[in-house]
Write a protein that binds this ligand. Structure first.
Ligand code: C5P
Length: 253
């Protein structure tokens, strides 16, 4: 079945819970802004500036260790969607216990590294909840040489596809990969799983440490269900204008 906004809006799986994607105004629901900021005060300011434009935020390492977990709970309880980017990986029992507590936070998405045992433990722990578990395949900052240096025998593309297959079999709710790989991943995981893509850069913008980058329009065309954007929005002089420009580019696709 081809991937469409309609199946995105109805993405449901008995083991994965229900992913509440709004049917109206879908593009807005598909932009996730990474609150990669040093302090809670900065993050609160960004959310205020983006109010009405952005409805989904990602909280990762930087903010999590500066009061961001409490902020995630607060945003979630106020009805804002939160993607907790914790990229968990540990022994099965530790992953499961962590996931059980994260379920209670009321966030919408959580990442873990797409290792089969960790994914199975997390799926079991999140069963019956609405939490969408995402498997991180290969970080978008890694290229072929980085993979060799890290001891992998696969190139990024091959490992992304292999881990996507494993995530599907483990019962995960979605995949995190580069939008360069989204089309191939979509063919493996089918229409219902979320394909969440960071490494998004509007044409002409600074890549920073990202290596496998794609523009917002191309990411949508490649089958991404959600785009994760941090620096191109949070480091922009006018955050709202930057977010609106990215949304317009998504819409144009
Ligand atoms: O600033 P930028 O838009 O590059 O931020 C991308 C965000 O997505 C960062 O918070 C980064 O941790 C996260 N991420 C990523 N690549 C992955 C998974 C998450 O860049 N594979």
């Amino acid at each position: 079945m081809p991937y469409t906004d309609r199946n995105l809006a109805h993405a449901v799986h008995p083991d994965r819970g229900v992913m509440h994607f709004a049917e109206a105004d879908t593009m807005r629901e598909r932009l996730i802004v990474g609150l990669d900021l040093p302090t809670l005060r900065e993050a609160e300011k960004a959310v205020r500036e983006l109010e009405g434009t952005v409805s989904f935020y990602k909280i990762g390492y930087q903010l999590a260790f500066a009061g961001g977990l409490e902020f995630a709970r607060e945003l979630a309880s106020g009805g804002t969607k939160v993607f907790l980017d914790m990229k968990l990986l540990d022994i099965d029992n530790t992953v499961a216990k962590g996931v059980e507590n994260i379920v209670r936070m009321g966030v919408t998405m959580l990442t873990l590294h797409a290792y089969p045992k960790a994914m199975k433990a997390a799926v079991e722990a999140a069963k019956g909840s609405d939490l969408c578990l995402l498997g991180v395949t290969v970080l978008t900052s890694m290229d072929e040489q980085d993979m060799i240096d890290a001891g992998y025998e696969y190139d990024p593309h091959t490992l992304v596809l292999r881990r996507s297959e494993q995530a599907l079999h483990a019962g995960m709710g979605g995949i995190v990969c580069s939008a360069e790989e989204a089309e191939a991943v979509r063919r493996i995981v089918g229409p219902d799983l979320a394909v969440v893509t960071p490494g998004i850069r509007p044409a002409g913008s600074d890549h920073g440490d990202q290596k496998r980058v794609v523009t917002p329009a191309q990411a949508i065309r490649n089958g991404s269900s959600h785009l994760v954007v941090a620096r191109p929005i949070v480091a922009a002089p006018d955050r709202r204008a930057a977010a609106e420009a990215i949304l317009a580019e998504m819409q144009s696709a």
